[in-house]
Design a protein around this ligand. Sequence first.
Ligand SMILES: [Zn+2]
Length: 292
Amino acid sequence: MRPLGPAALAAALLVPLAGCTSAADGAEPRPQAGVRPGASEEDGSGSGAPGAQDGRADGGAGDGDGGPLSGFTVVIDPGHNGGNADAPGEIGALVPAGPGEKECDTVGAESADGYPEHAFNLDFSLHMRDELEERGAEVVLTREDDEGVGPCIDERAAIGNEAGADAAVSVHADGGSESGRGFHVIAPGEVEGFTEEIVAPSRRLAEELRDAFAEDAGLPVSDYLGEDGLDERTDLGGLNLSTVPKVFLEAGNMRNAEDAELLEDPQWREEAAVVAAGAVAAFLTSGDAVRG
Ligand SMILES: [Zn+2]
């Protein structure tokens, strides 16, 4: 949301904007304002941290009975953060990303008229959260505002792991070439010693998302990346470090005018987020996930 100032622009030059996940992957957290570090130990609701008001652990509708998703936990990870551009040192620091290391986070993409991906990611994620909570799921966000820095990609993965998520979705929008259209979903490829356990269920989650988005989001599958709207990556820390089924949704290409028109439309974001939430629900109730 915050306009890019000179410092941000300078940072943007240092941190590649293209393909929001291409350079360093865009997805994992670091406990930031309002976000409890990795759902701490047990259910530290007693931590009393001022920032812990959240819709995380105790999100209303998600508790108790009610709703077909009752008993399921979903982690939604809005990629990047609004303060990243002003903190090149912090987000440029190397963190574990699986077999190797990567930058903590990146600035993310931006549409031609300046709508930043980090703002898109958060808004879309909040709508997903609302829909999933309405259906009874417990939802944990890796960040809840668009003002902070990070969290780093490894922390974003840790939040999903510590929450014991039944499914985790990183929300992004790509920064491809102007001529490329469409959305794609990234699933983890096999990385020895890291992703073996999550490749298969993550693939099913990716397919649910791809199918639902292709059918109901009004956006074609990517014509410039992946295959039939699916891509597999072994270089994303957010996936490599996940021990729970996890995918990245690249909801569209911010650099493409047609895609951007949708991505910048608040109503589209809400409707498409409901579609995405429905796909997560379908995954959870298909037998691939176990309640509790
Ligand atoms: Zn991104």
